[in-house]
Design a protein around this ligand. Sequence first.
Ligand code: 13P
Ligand code: SF4
Length: 333
Amino acid sequence: MSLDILSGPPISAPVFEEDPLDLMDEIDALKREKNASILAHYYVDGEIQDIADFTGDSLKLARDATTVESPTIVFCGVHFMGESAKILSPEKRVLMPDLLAGCSLADSCPHDALKAFQDKLRAEGREFVTVAYINTTAATKSLCDWIVTSGNAREIIDKLPADKEILFVPDQHLGRYLMEVTGREFILWPGSCMVHEIFSLQDLLRAKRNKPGSVILSHPECPQNILEVSDVIGGTEKMRRHVQSIAEPTTFLVATEPAMIHAFKQVAPQHEYIPVPGIMASTGETCACNRCPHMARNTLAKVRDCLRDEKPEIVWQPYFEQARDVLRRSLLQ
Ligand code: 13P
Ligand code: SF4
């Protein structure tokens, strides 16, 4: 053997990409064999949305989980979504392609920290209801009175007694926006979504100027400075319905996770969609550097593996029992 080979640069093992079409065929066959349904959030890759039996926002998917007939669900989204599906449908087996798919919002409001804060407020004699965005762990949900999603938050908050304060966790931006639309004052938890926080106002305004007549679509998880310049503010399902309702080809500047654009194109291919930041680079190229790293953990190969191996699974935990009442009351009634 020549010494040159021994002293050369390290040789890394080749990475074999599996053909997505083969993977889709395998998934289809496994789905039938295992009698499983795939639920996918609009933020997972388009190819996963394409093979899903149900796609939707957090609210729709939580409800779909209770009506699917198959005994097994593969939940392509993030951990709190799989947990909510299991809690609302305990008799079903809920698998997830990657249990490490978390959420920066859920991480920002751990059970013990919320409990300590609630105890402090009670010790001060404050009377309040705790309203949690669905982007929380089941343990945190078990401490709350109501769970809201971007799709039902206003409706629930409008029903809350006027003589009680509202402690809203964990998203400070969604909370501030809801204070504005409902006219209620909240005690805000200082959490935020790592994806929606990074949009640049300056780049967004430049994009708008470069595309006269364009419409800015924003998720209410965005900070106030982005929402202030937005034309349409709504959760993912509301945005999807909005683009579908406009027949005239329009340019939309999309201030949310860019995988959402796949769902928009399914229902409204006539429009142009530019992720924010999109056309800001001096080259004029679009970029989608705002992908949620947690949602991106869902891949076709992992969907196939979890169907084949029947794991990883969301396993029932004792505290799911307490979270079940509040989830049912909030999302199903
Ligand atoms: P919705 O689909 O309910 O609008 O939620 C957005 C989100 O950030 C999910 O993690
Ligand atoms: Fe959580 Fe934000 Fe990712 Fe949604 S987009 S899962 S809120 S980190």
